[in-house]
Ligand binder design. Sequence first.
Ligand code: PMP
Length: 306
Amino acid sequence: MKSEYIWMDGKLVPFEQATVHFLTPALHYGLAVFEGIRCYKTDKGPAVFRLKEHIDRLLMSIHAFGVQNFPYSSEELCYAVHQTIQANKFSSCYIRPLIYMSDGLLSLNIDASRPAVGIAVWEWGKLLGEESASKGIKMIVSSFTRLHPNVNLTKAKISGNYANSVMAKTLATRLGADEAVMLDPEGFVAECTGENIFMVRGGKIYTPSRTTILEGITRDAISVLAQDLGIEFIEESLTRDQLYIADEIFICGTAAEVIPVIEIDFRKIGDGQVGLITKKVQKSFTETIHGKGQRSKEWLSFVSMP
Ligand code: PMP
């Protein structure tokens, strides 16, 4: 996670100086919102995938959380992301903007503190391991329930919400799985700890509706790419047993990218191999992020390097 510079409230500061005080409210109560974005190497230099959509979701997170008078615009934050990549001279990297409640009283009222912003970038491989994309992963259905929108918002990437993901992920890995499927408070499939989930049956792709999930930007890209490939894409409620009998399953997210799932709860999915539709979608996604697909133009924001 090392880089030379981190952008802190308008200034690029050396990595070691990007620190916060022990009494920062965000640290005590999870009062922060964040994004995870990726920048990819292309023939035309580094390019950020769907930067505007990510920054707009960051601003939606802060709005839904209830922070008033946030001082930065979408354009200013997009520019700051470009500046941070340029300063660190990475040709590809992961980008982590974080808006955190700072400098105030250690209060449960967000109006008692001030939102501060940091943007870090670093070179980061595949979240679920380098072989996850080619070999597929194993998952378990978690005994931890995904967030209820009246308890913790599901549309906002609030740092405190991720304690729920951390518990599910830790339990899954201690049980020997790579990821956890999380069910919503009504018992339907919601999403994974940091990815959205899809199943393939009869040549069609199914995914849970947006009700209790984070509206993934990769999920949206997959829906467009699937339709470009002529594959029907359906949003509806899914149950755990529908996952067990699916032909194929895959998950997707910015950090993980498109990852096939070959086993859930010790049941093989399909024939236990990476499925054909999963491979097609994965190929189309990989081409797009590297500037080769027909959607690349509209989804990539090229960073000019000094
Ligand atoms: N669900 C959750 C809970 C996540 O944290 C993420 C990662 N941001 C996703 C889904 C996938 O979202 P995206 O494709 O925008 O990264």
